[in-house]
Every structure is written in C-alpha cells, then in structure tokens.
Design a protein around this ligand. Structure first.
Ligand SMILES: [Zn+2]
Length: 238
C-alpha cells in the first residue's frame, strides 16, 4: 500500500506511465525496442522495451486517466491524426479539437511529470500548481483558456516534410517572461504555460475555448531538444 498521487488515498499502486504508452507506438524499431530519449546522461542512450514508468497511481485513478483523458486524445490525435503529413503549409494551420478533453490530456501529462521522480522529468517543478492540477484532473475541470494555456508546433523532417514522431524528455522554458513546460509527443512540441494572464501574448497562439488551435511546422533540426536527442542516438550507435 502506498499513497496515490491523484486520489491521495492509501492504495496499491500501479506501475504508471508518465507519457502514455500509445504515444511511443511509432518509436519501436524493427527489434521492437524503443529509443528512449534521456538527454545527455552518463550512458548516453538507453534502449527500452516500453515508456518510462513509476509507481504513482492506484488502479481506479489509472482508469480515470485512461477513460477521461487518454482515450479521447488517442482517438482524436493518434487514430484520426489531424496534422498535415507531409506538412507543406507555409501559413498557420488551424486544427479543431475538443477543448476540455484535449486540454485535460496535456495537463495530465504535465501533472504526471510533476509528481514523477524520474530524471527525464526533473525539469518539471510544479510547486502550488501541483495541487491545482490534481484537483482539475480529479474533477475533470479544464478551466478557462487563460489558465494553463497550451500551444505547440508540429516537428517535421527538414527535407521530406514528414512529421517526426518522438517522445522527448521534459523541458522548461520562458516565453514572454512566463514559465512554460514542454514535451514532445504525437508529432508536436507542446508547451504549457504555468501562469495565467488574461492579456498575455501566449493566448494568441494557444488553444481557444471553442477548440480551435493554430499550428505551424518547425524543421526538426531547428528544435533544440530533437537535435540533442539525435546527438545522443548517434553516440549510442543507433
Ligand atoms: Zn488513486
């Protein structure tokens, strides 16, 4: 028995994913192994059979994550992929999603990363946002647009323009002076702002309450975390 980080009860904990397993699907190579991207660690590169896991949540809470956040995102983003692939568009391309389930999915990844003690997610330090996010996920409350704004850009190969599928370590950055946490999965580098501000420029590029979200594409060799990952993979001989 141990303390579940979502319901906060003493329960038997499951070995939980931080980023859901289905987002690693296209990363399996022909040996059916996964190229895990850890950044520049002492080992350089580690090949894993599955995504990173940690004992964090009870069975009921895992079901809650799965039914409320992961299944809708998997259907909307992975099975009916709305990204252009290849991405030839020069201009901003708008994608329509379900505001509530889409936003809650990304917040669930951020929350999992925040409560994780794994080095891959060490950049994420939520402080008082951890409890706020926990409540929002528990109550399935996506909050208003200015609270935890989400924006992102598709990551594409510089020549083929095909969308690059990769799961990255967590990143922390500042946009317009606001702290944001970043994750790459589902062909997109996502950023979530952890401060709310009703008049901030981030909102112009973020998910809107009607579910509209603007996307552009950035070549993989201009995305620092992908460059770092490819360097690690080369070092590891993959
Ligand atoms: Zn629980």
């Amino acid at each position: 028995m141990s303390y579940c980080r979502l319901c906060q009860k003493d329960r038997v904990l499951r070995n939980s994913h931080i980023v859901p397993e289905f987002l690693y699907g296209e990363l399996y190579n022909n040996k059916h192994q996964l190229m895990g991207i850890h950044g520049r660690g002492s080992k350089g590169c580690e090949v894993q059979q599955k995504g990173l896991r940690e004992y964090l949540f009870c069975d009921d809470c895992e079901q809650h994550f799965n039914e409320c956040f992961e299944k809708p995102f998997r259907r909307a983003w992975v099975e009916n992929c709305p990204l252009l692939d290849p991405w030839e568009a020069e201009d901003v391309y708008w994608i329509h999603v379900d505001y509530k389930s889409f936003k809650l999915f990304h917040l669930s990844v951020l929350f999992r990363a925040g409560v994780s003690s794994l080095p891959t997610f060490a950049q994420v330090s939520l402080g008082p946002h951890e409890e706020r996010l926990r409540r929002m996920l528990w109550e399935q409350d996506a909050g208003p647009v200015e609270l935890y704004p989400i924006f992102g850009y598709a990551v594409i190969h510089h020549k083929t323009k095909r969308v690059v599928q990769m799961v990255s370590k967590a990143q922390a950055n500042k946009f317009g002076g606001r702290r944001c946490y970043g994750f790459m999965y589902g062909g997109v580098q996502w950023w979530i702002g952890v401060a709310s501000d009703t008049n901030h420029e981030l909102q112009k590029v973020s998910l809107r309450c009607d579910g509209q979200m603007p996307f552009t594409a950035v070549p993989w060799n201009e995305v620092s975390v992908v460059q770092e990952a490819s360097h690690v993979l080369r070092k590891g001989g993959i």
